[in-house]
Design a binder for this molecule. Structure first.
Ligand code: TRP
Ligand code: ZN
Length: 890
């Protein structure tokens, strides 16, 4: 374990390296206990920095020898680095031999073993755990890799690029040689040596080239690879059609591994995936899983251009590849969804994620700009801010320059920077330069503050109607509160897509003062000053403003609309996002009133009727109905408050859910009967929506039945659980029983475990489901704690650890935040325990306490004590130390 000594790394300290590494020839003699690595490099001094020593990064490896141009040289190690001095001033050969112990690598960074095979993960700083190297993304080299391993145990030997040779060796071993013609930073290096089977397909692309696509999995999982293969083929076609970006490799491989810290990794030509984001079939994966596989496969594939062909100069630029690639995968998934309404559903889901993860991050101790200024452990900055807010920043550029302009900007970006390691500024500059007359180009410096400033801007809206002159004036103002290290914020450029809706539901023509013609029903206001007024003429009635349509900017909108106005938007807005948003606001208003007041929601008939109207609506899609009828999460409610009492929020929300369940009983029954499917399974948006709505309805019906001691729906759910022909419906029925704390849940849970005991990803669901149930009398917490002792539980497999611990500590506030502090004690013990195994994973769990300062007493004091106990440990990884010290900082 790295121990607390790393210095803070600052963006402003960036300097070019003193040497470049041009070619790398790696030989691996693979053995779980002791793998020998021979690394032969050609190194060229940077003429700008003559005479500087060469400092190579290394971590947890045993160095055995160093040769310069074939001769052994003396060397020293300093702070983990290998330092070589008095080197030739011309290009030279450097050979380094070292060994490492993959089976002891529980961090899953570098070379490690999983289910008896070898796998690597090098982003961000894993390559230094394999060999000494200039482990930074601006050093790009071509690689030749020779793998040697026992043929029987590791029949498949893979690395980046093309297979150039393979054969047998003595002693039951075999070898393979791979060459990657594309220069790459070492974080994109990968190797796999394991006993795997594959699905493969040959394709010919629009560009007329032939490619071999392969997906490697363990023997029992081949029947779960069809969806990933289809997603990959669709991604390749999409990037060609949309951006003219073709696959630049003869062979593109995807490998699934069950021990993995994150979702997946875009290693050049050899993507390595967490099994959770590759494997899917109807019996074991839910609709949500199918959607995730599609978007993660696309995300990693899109990195082949945005990330790999053009990479990051340094890790502060991470959003250059991640924000852009998330934007691309979101656009792809929307296009795959097809209909306007299915596209809106995807957008609403993305915004929900942003608000649930990124907004709280921006409001807490880990707040950081999309392009951070400093870090202790870069792994801690693979965040919702860098990914999701980064994607919103790219989306705003897209909004400001249009679809065509954005495509031209992308073309210019590749024309300028293909093969380079660049910065976020370079990207924004390319988009702006390709669109010189756009609002983006005109205000580029102000726009780029989105990269530099942390915190979620707030936009206040004031609308004034002058009936006599039929003039409507919208005044928008922006502000952003201080975040750690950034006391003052400058205004940013905020595109506000909008329209005006008449009280009777008509969309009004938008006619700006001083202009000859109207611009139609939709426009984008560009707010770049602290305050700006926009005046519309020929407005026949006092309108309801529909602002931030499609969530055109990652801001909090404070529009103070009346209930009347929100009801108008809910039933009539042409923008489905704002219809959903109106329902969220109406729910939120009621929830917040209850939390601030009696603790209890008294649902008004008008609201109930409006939701009944949505549920019974003859034209709206089921998927959209499900989103509208799902109440804002407890985390989102907490987000709105300065002082958070998680138990009070839980009680109010559960109370409201119960009333909905009862008041709409007949309607839920109707919805269930109308939407639950009996036929074959297909993961398309329409069937997915129908299942989502049917399962929401079933949950409500079982909940209502269980409080009223009416067993009818519990029985139906049990039946459904047994008969379901797909995991979405089986899990939906099981959740309905578990979430209602129905008696029959125990038996169903036991049956489910028995039925799926060989399927790791399904057993993860079994753990999560129990840890996510709505808390009732401390039962959920007690059960989660007991599940730690279950024979299937282990902290060593991140998926399994997360399925129980993240579910409890991060996603179930009412089970976690207890007045007796037991949740925090449990959290601290687990963070410490996991830190000894896998610091990256421990640091993710550590973040569950990010918001302790906003907690009410007695939570706050107890949370601080738990944090302080972790922070006081002498043996703490940099990863966890960074999270807990930031949390405790004033
Ligand atoms: N680049 C990966 C992505 O596409 C992220 C990633 C995968 C990662 N594995 C990691 C980041 C391990 C840090 C550590 O999102
Ligand atoms: Zn990525």
């Amino acid at each position: 374990m790295r121990e607390g000594s790393a210095p803070l790394i600052r963006r402003e300290d960036y300097a070019a390296p003193a040497f470049w590494i041009k070619t790398v020839d790696l030989t691996f003699d693979l053995d779980p206990a002791k793998t020998l690595v021979i690394n032969k490099m050609t190194v060229a001094p940077n003429p700008a920095l003559p005479g500087a020593p060469l400092r190579l990064d290394g971590e947890d490896i045993n160095l055995t020898r160093v040769l310069v141009d074939g001769e052994p040289v003396s060397f020293r190690t300093e702070g983990g680095q290998l330092v070589l001095e008095n080197l030739p001033q011309q290009p030279f050969n450097l050979e380094i031999r070292s060994t490492c112990a993959p089976e002891k690598n529980t961090q899953l960074s570098g070379l490690y073993t999983s289910s008896g095979g070898f796998f690597t993960q090098c982003e961000a700083l894993g390559f230094r755990r394999i060999t000494y190297f200039l482990d930074r993304p601006d050093v790009m080299a071509t690689y030749k890799v020779t793998l040697k391993a026992d043929q029987r145990k590791y029949p498949v030997l893979l690395s980046n690029g093309n297979l150039v040779e393979e054969g047998k060796l003595d002693g039951g071993k075999h070898f393979a040689v791979w060459e990657d013609p594309h220069p790459k930073p070492c974080y994109l290096f990968a190797l796999v040596a394991a006993d795997l089977v594959r699905r493969e397909q040959r394709i010919r692309t629009r560009a007329g080239r032939d490619h071999l696509l392969q997906i490697y999995v363990r023997a029992g999982d081949l029947d779960k690879t069809e969806h990933a293969m289809n997603s990959l083929i669709a991604s390749i076609a999409w990037d060609e059609a949309r951006f003219g970006l073709s696959l630049d490799l003869e062979r593109f491989m995807v490998v699934a591994v069950s021990d993995f810290n994150m979702g997946a990794m875009e290693n050049k030509g050899l993507n390595i995936f967490n099994t959770k984001f590759v494997l899917a079939n109807p019996a074991t994966a839910t609709d949500v899983d199918f959607g995730n596989v599609e978007s993660v496969v696309a995300h990693e594939y899109f990195h082949n251009w945005t990330g790999n062909r053009v990479t990051c100069r340094d890790w502060f630029q991470l959003s250059l590849k991640e924000g852009l690639t998330v934007f691309r995968d979101q656009q792809f998934s929307q296009d795959m969804a097809g209909s306007p309404s299915a596209r809106a559903v995807k957008r609403i889901e993305d915004v929900r994620t942003l608000r649930q993860l990124q907004f709280p991050e921006d409001a807490g101790p880990m707040a950081h700009p999309v392009r951070p200024d400093s870090y202790l452990a870069i792994d801690n900055f693979y965040t919702a801010t860098v990914y999701e807010k980064g994607a919103e920043v790219v989306r705003m550029m897209h909004t400001l320059v249009g679809d065509e302009g954005f495509a031209q900007g992308m073309a210019l970006y590749f024309e300028r920077h293909d093969g380079q390691a660049v910065t976020c500024d370079d990207f924004a500059q390319a988009i702006a330069d390709a669109n010189p007359d756009s609002e983006l180009a005109k205000r580029l410096d102000a726009f780029k503050r989105w990269y530099a400033q942390a915190g979620t801007p707030r936009v206040k809206v004031d609308g004034v109607y002058d009936a006599a002159n039929q003039i409507y004036t919208l005044t928008l103002s922006q502000s952003c509160v201080a975040t750690p290290g950034q006391p003052v914020k400058a205004p940013v450029v905020i595109p506000v897509a909008m329209g005006l809706v008449a009280p009777d539901g008509r969309q009004l023509n938008l006619h700006f003062e001083g202009q000859l013609a109207s611009v139609g029903h939709n426009t984008v206001l560009v707010l770049s000053e602290p305050e700006q007024a926009f005046t519309f003429v020929h407005v026949p009635v006092e309108p309801v403003p529909s602002l931030l349509r499609g969530f055109s900017a990652p801001v909090v909108l404070e529009a103070e609309l009346s209930d009347d106005a929100l009801f108008t938007l809910l039933s009539h807005d042409q923008d489905p996002f704002n219809r959903w948003e109106a329902a969220q606001k109406l729910s939120l208003r009621r929830l917040l009133a209850a939390v601030a007041g009696s603790g209890h929601v008294e649902l008004d008939a008008r609201f109930v009727e409006a939701l009944r109207g949505v549920l019974r609506h003859p034209e709206l899609d089921a998927a959209f109905k499900e989103l509208v009828l799902t109440l804002p999460s407890e985390a989102y409610v907490a987000e709105q408050l300065d002082l958070v009492d998680p138990q009070r929020i839980h009680a109010a929300r559960e109370g409201m859910r119960l009333q909905f369940a009862h008041a709409l009983h007949e309607d839920w029954a109707w919805a269930y009967e109308q939407h639950h499917e009996l036929g074959g399974y297909s993961p398309d948006p329409v069937s997915t929506g129908r299942r989502a709505l049917a399962n929401l309805a079933l949950g409500m019906l079982v909940l209502d039945g269980s409080v009223r001691h009416n067993p009818v729906w519990t029985g139906k759910a049990l039946q459904r659980f047994q008969d379901a022909n797909n995991m979405t419906d089986r899990l939906g029925a099981l959740s309905a029983l578990v979430n209602a704390h129905a008696e029959q849940a125990e038996q169903a849970l036991a049956h489910f475990h028995q039925q799926f005991r060989g399927e790791a990803l399904v057993i993860d669901k079994w753990f999560s489901l129990q840890a996510l149930a709505p808390e009732k009398d401390g039962k959920v917490f007690a059960r989660a704690k007991a599940l730690m002792l279950h024979p299937d539980f282990t902290l060593r497999t991140p998926n399994r650890a997360r399925s129980l611990l993240m579910a409890l500590c991060q996603s179930n506030p009412a089970a976690f935040h207890r007045t007796d502090a037991a949740g925090y004690v449990f959290w601290a013990d687990r963070v410490i325990e996991i830190d000894g195994i896998n610091p990256q994973l421990a640091a993710r769990l550590a973040r569950a306490m990010d918001h302790w300062r906003r907690l009410a007493e007695p939570y706050r004091t107890a949370a601080r004590e738990a944090l302080s106990r972790v922070a006081a440990r002498t043996e703490l990884s940099d990863d966890v130390r960074e999270i807990v010290t930031r949390a405790l900082q004033d």
